[in-house]
Design a protein around this ligand. Structure first.
Ligand code: ZN
Length: 162
């Protein structure tokens, strides 16, 4: 009798998935193909990785990941008030507008407008998915043991060494 492969640490998982947030699909493997990762290496968000243990090829599952096990809760310190007149005129002054800024060291940072006041704009530097519950529909498309080199590197090699 041959053992059925199950999702376990050190297995390379090929997985199809659809990710819904607030009822809308925001990412799906039908658009770019399945993802590949090594189970147990933290390659994917912890709450999803935890839910996959023991699954077999062809098996599907709906997984709800709370914010704390995904991108974290919103950090109330990650907001900044900026005078309205400091923004270029071509940036729409409305909630949700995303922009790239640079800090004093020249590092790029992504921010979204949280709210707009008479003279000030409040920027939100949280990850766009912070505070969000993630609804995954996943299907295991393939399983194989990771090679020693993949385990050493902590990521999947598909056809190339690095
Ligand atoms: Zn590598």
């Amino acid at each position: 009798m041959s053992a059925v492969l199950k999702v376990a640490d050190g297995q390379v998982i090929e997985m199809d998935y659809t990710l819904r947030v607030d009822g809308a699909i925001i990412d799906a493997s039908s658009e770019h193909g399945p993802i590949e990762f090594i189970q147990g290496k933290g390659n994917i968000i912890p709450g999803l990785e935890k839910a996959l243990y023991g699954m077999t090829v062809g098996e599907s599952k709906d997984v709800v990941v709370l914010a704390g096990d995904a991108y974290g809760e919103k950090d109330s310190q990650a907001y900044m008030e900026v005078p309205r007149n400091q923004f270029p005129v071509d940036i729409p002054m409305e909630s949700g507008t995303q922009m790239e800024l640079h800090d004093e060291a020249g590092q790029p940072m992504v921010a979204r407008i949280d709210r707009v006041g008479e003279t000030s704009v409040w920027l939100d530097f949280n990850h766009p998915l912070a505070g969000k519950e993630l609804h995954f529909a996943v299907k295991i498309a393939g399983l194989r043991p990771a090679t020693q080199q993949e385990l050493d590197h902590g990521h999947v090699h598909s056809g190339h060494d690095h």
